[in-house]
Design a protein around this ligand. Structure first.
Ligand SMILES: Nc1ncnc2c1ncn2[C@@H]1O[C@H](COP(=O)(O)OP(=O)(O)OP(=O)(O)O)[C@@H](O)[C@H]1O
Length: 958
């Protein structure tokens, strides 16, 4: 027993193809019949297939049984392969045992390769190409491929293209090129390492006949010359590449596109110069063939090493480069090794079998080539329309068939004698069954539609709940925080409270009703879901039953049409359900966007007031905080914000807002991301600097740890403390300095900020900060402009302090401007509210532009078009709800698109923030009372978990 057999260690059944992942190459061996020449040469048969086994036994013709010295050293070789066929096997048998197994995987989207290997004249071309009367693997595979494709007609769309090339003397030639003067082609490797042949023609093939014609055409162009070993010797490696692309005919919101490459390769045969006696050109060809086959052999050797640790050199020849994927990459591969049974070819056969035996250990890593294409909601209308067209088409076909069937039945009825009741009953039963299946389908569609209606109702209810909860929550926050309440007369307070309480009471009452409705609908949904599942099972069962009863082709065809029709109707409903879900989710995101803007407006107010405090009290601030503030004030600049939005929006990538509608859909998440980032940056701009070591803070005598980050909670507490206890609990010296917060360490750098000036700039949206000469400790830089004693600088780098300055103004948190507090608050609220409103409008404008036609005020589904093949109307789609921001001043624009508040008017803002309408009042900074307040909203997004901030200006889209 040879080591080959030992290594193999099996002998069992042929290897089965593994479903995915690592895949062993399937190796088959074909022993051709003896040729006339071989018989004439007096050769004996030395290669045998062991019956019913996948074993090949190769006998050594020179073995001398009388040689006692070699008695124990038999040159008989035994090899086991996955498939072995001998002279008795015909072309179809070989095809079925080898290439056929690749077809299903190719249709699943796996790459596959089948290649013929062996010495010259061993029968490779015969196996791969065959003869006209007895075609080989290439033709049979493609024929069956088209047969399989036909089975999915009407369900899947296929595109089959072919290319055919030869590698002759290390040069690549296109065998399907139309021009005779086609030049040689080059191999290219893309970034992923995939090898491609540049300039290779790709021909669309629609039928097996076309394929055969192309193959013949290619073979005529292939270099084939008679040699001593083979009258029709192929002097080149021929590579037939078939690309299969497939997708579902019925478009859905998501679809899978599968790609697969099928290589069928007829290699040139290795030849021994001594035996072939080739000279001149033939010898040169032989040398090239041998060299490339040697490279292939080396690759096989390296790949079959245990653990596959050896470097695999594919670059040695064009053949190995092309076969790279088939041998070591993403491909299911079958190798058909060919040998002659003749004793005169013992050496060639032994070499071939040795290589084939090694190849058994090669493993490829296969994966499906599938791309999931998700269509955007804007494309849904087109998809739905396509589905309707298909439904209509099927309905017409069905009607036509029904008429035909009725006529045939009538004719059969009239022909039947009164005695032939069995046949009569059979026909009647068929008709009854057809009616039954129609009814079951109708029931199923009804159930699905009812489910869809319940779902939309539920979504609406949830949305309304969120809105009402927001009203209640806002009212509660406002009641606790609104400073105006303290200023109002008791009568005013009563009126305000009453108005507000009424709104809240209404919201509470509505919420109760909504909750009841919701639980009712949820129960209904459960029942409906069960009904739907039952109708599905019924339909399946009935379909199987009816299929068995349908005997004629027409009946079967009718059944198929009914089933297909039903399938499309269901798909349409599913798409509509998806549209609702997305619509709802967009509305929800819309609400989130607004809330973020409102949250930011609150942050603006806080930052503004903090800056005011800093300015009034001439507080020391670190330079990095100052820089962050400059960043912040630039961002608040409206123009800058638009610019930023555009830069970050995908429009900028695709070239302008209106340039490419298809690319727009991705804007929404990015916009909300920007909004979120805005929100975060508003907060982080005050949270991410480090206090200098040893800085103590008012009302918090604990010394901060070095590098402790000041949280927004800390800052808000300061402001609130300041606001509520402004004159209390301060350890001040005579000059009003707060002793508890005097810093003993100098900040690294600082600047004093002229708040009044800068606030004007801020309100104007100008990022340039003004510094009055009497309040700024920074040196005047070359680039600064000085106008009327005011120094302006564009870049806000503050100079390091000198000690005297640092000590001269150490006052922290000193309140010396209480009288102006209300006025200031009003101003800040105005500015912040305006800024927030502008941002909200900007977000909305872009959002609505992005939605385009998908959010037009037209109903998504027009009624005329909704009659289904089952006589039902699929009209579950309600008109889109417009996104409306309440607008007491009635300043509404873009009514055709969406309605919103035109908040550009300062008067309006003023009205908004002084009104008692909970949607427009701006809350005051939170007090200690609600600092830790937890929110209890179940569906909404009113809680900012990070900072637990109250939300300002709650405006809820209806
Ligand atoms: N299974 C078979 N049954 C009958 N005849 C065969 C079979 N296999 C090969 N032959 C014949 O053997 C001869 C050589 O076969 P073929 O040309 O296919 O060899 P090859 O391996 O392709 O050689 P080369 O590498 O030189 O092209 C041909 O005449 C072919 O018809």
């Amino acid at each position: 027993m040879t080591s080959v057999l030992k290594d193999n260690g099996s002998g069992g059944p042929p290897l089965l193809l593994l479903p995915t992942g690592e895949q062993q190459i399937v190796v088959a061996c074909r022993i051709r019949p003896m040729t006339e020449e071989e018989i004439l040469q007096g050769a004996t048969i030395i290669a045998h297939k062991v019956a019913d086994d996948n074993m090949v036994v190769l006998l050594d013709p020179e073995e001398d049984h009388d040689d006692v010295l070699r008695a124990n050293r038999s040159r008989e070789r035994k090899y086991i392969f996955d498939v072995v066929s001998d002279a008795r096997a015909d072309q179809q048998e070989v095809y079925l045992a080898t290439s056929k197994m690749l077809l299903s995987s190719v249709l699943e989207g796996y790459n596959a390769t089948v290649f013929a290997y062996g010495a010259t004249g061993a029968g490779k071309t015969y196996t791969m190409l065959g003869t006209e009367k007895n075609p080989g693997v290439m033709y049979r595979t493609l024929h069956d491929l088209f047969v399989e494709i036909k089975k999915f007609a009407g369900k899947r769309e296929y595109q089959v293209t072919m290319s055919y090339l030869e590698i002759y003397n290390e040069l690549i030639r296109d065998l399907l090129a139309t021009s005779s003067s086609s030049s040689f082609l080059e191999l290219r490797e893309d970034a992923k390492g995939t090898i491609q042949v540049g300039g290779l023609s790709e021909v669309i093939a629609k039928t097996p006949e076309e394929v055969m014609e192309m193959l013949h055409k290619g073979n005529r162009a292939r270099t084939q010359e008679p040699t001593k070993a083979n009258k029709t010797s192929s002097r080149s490696h021929a590579v037939l590449q078939v690309n299969i692309k497939q997708r579902d005919v019925t478009k859905s919101h998501t679809e899978q596109v599968r790609f697969a490459k099928l290589y069928m390769i007829d290699l040139a045969g290795s030849e021994r110069a001594a035996q072939t006696q080739n000279t001149g050109r033939r010898m040169m060809e032989g040398a090239h063939i041998n060299r490339s086959l040697l490279a292939l052999g080396n690759c096989i050797n390296a790949l079959s090493e245990k653990g596959n640790t050896k470097y695999v050199n594919y670059r040695d020849s064009k053949l190995t480069r092309i076969l790279k994927d088939s041998l070591g990459g993403n491909s299911r591969t079958v190798m058909i090794a060919h040998i002659s049974p003749a004793s005169v070819h013992f050496e060639e056969s032994r070499n071939t079998l040795n290589y084939a035996d090694r190849a058994k250990y090669i493993k490829t890593k296969i994966r499906r080539n599938v791309i999931d294409v998700s269509y955007h909601i804007a494309q849904y209308q087109q998809i739905i329309q396509d589905l309707r067209n298909q439904v209509q088409l099927l309905r017409d076909q069905r009607d036509e068939l029904e008429i035909r069937l009725a006529t045939t039945n009538e004719a059969r009825f009239s022909r039947l004698s009164d005695n032939n009741t069995t046949e009569r009953l059979r026909i009647e039963e068929g008709l009854k069954l057809k009616e039954n299946i129609l009814q079951t389908y109708r029931k199923q569609i009804d159930a699905r539609r009812a489910l869809l209606e319940i779902d939309t109702g539920l979504m609406d209810i949830i949305h309304e709940c969120t809105r009402n909860e927001a009203v209640i929550e806002h009212h509660e926050c406002n009641k606790e925080n609104n400073p105006h309440n303290h200023k109002k007369s008791p009568d005013e307070m009563i009126i305000d409270t009453n108005t507000s309480d009424n709104a809240v009471q209404r919201a509470r009452a509505e919420l109760r009703v909504l909750e009841q409705e919701r639980s009712k609908l949820e129960k209904q949904r459960q029942t409906q879901l069960k009904d739907f599942e039952v109708s599905k099972t019924d339909a399946r069962r009935l379909f199987d039953k009816v299929t068995k009863k349908m005997t004629t082709i027409e009946q079967r065809e009718l059944l198929r049409l009914l089933a297909q029709n039903f399938e499309y109707e269901m798909k349409t409903l599913e798409l509509q359900a998806d549209i609702f879900t997305r619509d709802y989710s967009i509305k929800h995101k819309d609400l989130q966007l607004l809330r973020m803007s409102q949250h930011r407006s609150l942050c603006d107010t806080i930052i503004y007031q903090q800056r005011k405090l800093i300015q009034e009290n001439k507080l020391l601030i670190p330079s990095d905080l100052e820089e962050l503030y400059q960043l912040y004030s630039r961002d608040i600049d409206e123009g800058q914000l638009i610019h930023d939005l555009k830069i970050h929006s995908p429009h900028s990538i695709t070239g302008g807002i209106n340039s490419n509608k298809l690319s727009i859909p991705t804007t929404l998440p990015i916009l909300s991301q920007i909004a979120e980032e805005d929100l975060t940056s508003a907060s982080t701009s005050v949270t991410s600097f480090h206090l200098p070591t040893n800085v103590s803070r008012r009302n918090n005598p604990t010394t901060l740890l070095p590098n402790r980050t000041l949280s927004d909670q800390d800052l808000f507490t300061h402001v609130n403390d300041y606001t509520t206890n402004n004159n209390n609990n301060h350890h001040q010296n005579e000059s009003g300095q707060d002793l508890t917060s005097i810093t003993t360490n100098k900040p690294i750098s600082y600047a004093h900020f002229n708040f009044d000036q800068s606030s004007k700039q801020l309100a104007k949206g100008n990022s340039m900060v003004s510094m009055s000469s009497d309040s700024v400790d920074v040196s005047v830089h070359n680039g600064d402009t000085v106008t009327n004693g005011i120094t302006r600088r564009k870049v806000h780098t503050t100079s390091p302090p000198n000690d005297s300055t640092a000590e001269a103004s150490p006052t922290l948190y000193k309140n010396n401007n209480v009288k102006n507090k209300v006025k200031l608050r009003k101003q800040t609220q105005n500015i912040a509210a305006r800024a927030a409103q502008r941002r909200a409008n900007l977000h909305h404008k872009e959002l609505m532009e992005d939605m385009g036609s998908a959010f037009s005020s037209e109903p998504i589904v027009s009624k005329e078009n909704t009659t289904s093949a089952f006589g039902l109307e699929v009209t579950g789609v309600k008109p889109k709800k417009t996104v409306t921001i309440n607008d007491p001043a009635g300043s509404i624009y873009r009514a055709d698109d969406f309605r919103r508040t035109n908040s550009d008017s300062p008067e309006l803002i003023k009205n908004q923030i002084t009104t008692n309408d909970p949607f427009y009042s701006t809350p005051y900074n939170r007090t200690s009372k609600n600092t830790n307040k937890k929110r209890s909203i179940s569906h909404g997004t009113t809680t900012n978990n990070r900072s637990n901030m109250p939300i300002a200006n709650i405006v809820v889209p209806r």
